[in-house]
Design a protein. Structure first.
Length: 256
């Protein structure tokens, strides 16, 4: 009788274990799918599929990414937390949109955060970080900024390499919270930077020389020069975005 009881108990425990493992497996699979959809949505946002202020329809996204509305909602919620989207109660999710004053404030905050982070990185960084920075810059330098089929817009490959270079600049500061906040600020204005690419000042800008100058100052351990060059780099970008927003607002006024 005891043996039979043990066998039944073992079977019960085994079934329970399989049930738990099955639940964990489904949960892990669901999380993987959610992450994949989130990354696809992020890539589409960064490739300027939608203009700032565009409302995203969950049903359309479910069809676009061949997944459930639950997965799409989870992706939208997470991206809203990263400031790429804005949530409005009873209205839904929208591509993040900012006023010109807000964009300038975000740009100034990014300058101040990254100036401090870069100064720390230069102070704390070692030769391994410097070597990695050179490698990341080399990839950026060798990646075409504009495609031959669409010379007025930034390629997604260059955009990714550009993000990686700026992230690497701060990596050696050893303050993860600072680096994360800087990345959030960068993402907040990313779409505007992409949309401003066709502006005349953006097309004529020698951004490669700007990156090279920043790299040279960092490798020379010249923090004051490096941080000033970084500020100048961001200030020029915000000025170009400002021109875009003024042009958009002017066009909108002309249509009314």
């Amino acid at each position: 009788m005891q043996t039979a009881f043990c066998s039944k108990e073992c079977i019960r425990v085994s079934c329970l274990s399989f049930a738990i493992l099955g639940t964990m497996s489904r949960r892990a699979n669901s999380e993987t799918i959610s992450e994949e959809v989130r990354e696809m949505l992020r890539a589409d946002i960064f490739s300027a599929q939608w203009a700032p202020g565009t409302r995203l329809q969950i049903s359309e996204l479910s069809t676009r990414y061949a997944t459930s509305s639950t997965v799409v909602r989870d992706a939208l919620t997470r991206l809203a937390g990263e400031k790429l989207l804005q949530f409005q109660p009873n209205r839904g999710y929208f591509i993040a949109e900012y006023t010109l004053d807000e964009l300038r404030d975000i740009g100034e905050l990014r300058c101040r955060i990254e100036e401090y982070g870069l100064a720390l990185a230069i102070e704390r960084g070692d030769v391994t970080w410097e070597s990695d920075l050179i490698a990341v810059h080399h990839r950026l330098e060798r990646t075409p900024r504009r495609g031959t089929d669409d010379p007025h817009h930034i390629t997604i490959e260059w955009f990714s390499a550009h993000q990686a270079f700026h992230a690497k600049l701060l990596e050696a500061c050893r303050v993860p919270m600072l680096a994360d906040f800087a990345a959030t600020l960068s993402d907040a204005t990313a779409l505007y930077r992409l949309w401003s690419a066709p502006m005349p000042r953006a097309e004529s800008r020698d951004i490669e020389a700007e990156h090279q100058a920043i790299l040279d100052a960092v490798l020379a351990h010249d923090a004051p020069t490096a941080t000033q060059l970084l500020r100048d780099h961001y200030t020029k970008t915000i000025a170009i975005i400002g021109e875009l927003e003024l042009a958009r607002s002017g066009a909108g006024a002309g249509e009314n």
